[in-house]
Design a protein around this ligand. Structure first.
Ligand code: FAD
Length: 258
């Protein structure tokens, strides 16, 4: 084995599901030695026709205990990686670096009562992993999942979120979850209408959650669009909520997707 191939393993695609023309989910086999914390990401590689390999970061959707790996992907028109990834079919190979990365994990927070998970688009991925892991349910009294998309048909994994309520091991915990989908470009029954930042500014998000965003009780994870993350961080800063650092625990943890 060469030093290069020791850095990653080759996994097989088990399933590919289109959500819209620009969104799809994929499931692969998992190397027995691949370990990760819920919320972390893997570096995935696809080999192009010219033999070169392109690598990109992808958050795991699946839980650390699943035997497979699941990912949720955008298709960027002309994107170097996603043009290749979206061509893969069941049985094809996806390369996965052996080491998982990332700090969007629950050990960012030393305390807190309410966990707010604020995502745009595919940024919901790490939160789905966190919600499928038991730790979050023990650590927090309330969990508010906010999932913002432009159009309602982009809301993937709603059935997974709903099915959490049916998982035996969560039976006594799942009442803690509040799922708040938000759709920005159309009205949709059961969803808020507007960007996350607008909904924080006008108080609608807290009203829908039935709880306030406060530095005492709230811990906030942000994932997805960097503009949403920057603007939300600025709004939270006005409320004395800051990035949580190893040496200086705070209330906010983030993962920018680009
Ligand atoms: P790139 O050249 O990498 O990107 C081109 C442009 O496309 C970007 O500048 C941006 O404007 C836009 N873009 C990139 N990613 C997204 C996205 N996810 N949603 C909307 N617009 C986007 N992507 C996923 O689809 N799912 C994931 O779970 C995921 N996890 C990530 C985790 C981390 C830590 C990071 C840093 C990125 C993650 N990404 C994820 C983004 C991913 O790494 C690639 O950027 C994406 O696959 C596009 O690759 P590309 O080569 O086709 O286009």
């Amino acid at each position: 084995m060469t030093a290069r191939s020791e850095k990653y393993t080759a996994q097989t695609l088990l399933d590919v599901q289109p959500i819209t023309e620009n969104l799809f989910t994929l499931r692969t086999t998992r190397d027995a030695g691949f370990r990760f914390r819920a919320g972390q990401f893997a570096r995935l590689g696809v080999t192009k026709a010219d033999g070169s390999t392109v690598w990109r970061a992808y958050s795991m959707v699946s839980s650390p205990f699943d035997e497979f790996l699941e990912f949720f992907s955008i298709v960027v028109p002309g994107g170097e990686f996603t043009s290749e990834l979206s061509r893969l079919q069941v049985g094809d190979t996806l390369l996965v670096e052996r080491q998982a990365f990332g700090y969007l994990t629950l050990d960012r927070f030393v305390d807190g009562r309410d966990l707010w998970l604020l995502s745009t688009g595919t940024g919901v991925a790490p939160f789905l992993s966190i919600l499928q892991d038991f730790e979050v349910w023990e650590k927090f009294e309330r969990i508010i999942l906010v999932y913002s998309v432009r159009q309602a048909r982009e809301l993937a994994y709603v059935s997974l979120i709903e099915q959490l309520r049916e998982r035996d091991y969560l039976a006594e915990q799942v009442h803690k979850l509040q799922f708040i989908p938000t759709v920005t470009r159309e009205q949709y029954p059961g969803a808020l209408n507007g960007r996350i930042t607008t909904l924080i500014e006008n108080g609608e998000l807290e009203r829908a959650a039935g709880v306030a965003l406060t530095p005492e009780h709230s811990r906030v994870m942000l994932c997805g669009n960097p503009q949403m993350i920057d603007e939300t961080r600025a709004l939270l800063k006005l409320r004395e909520m800051r990035l949580s650092l190893t040496r200086k625990p705070g209330q906010v943890a983030v993962e920018n997707y680009w």
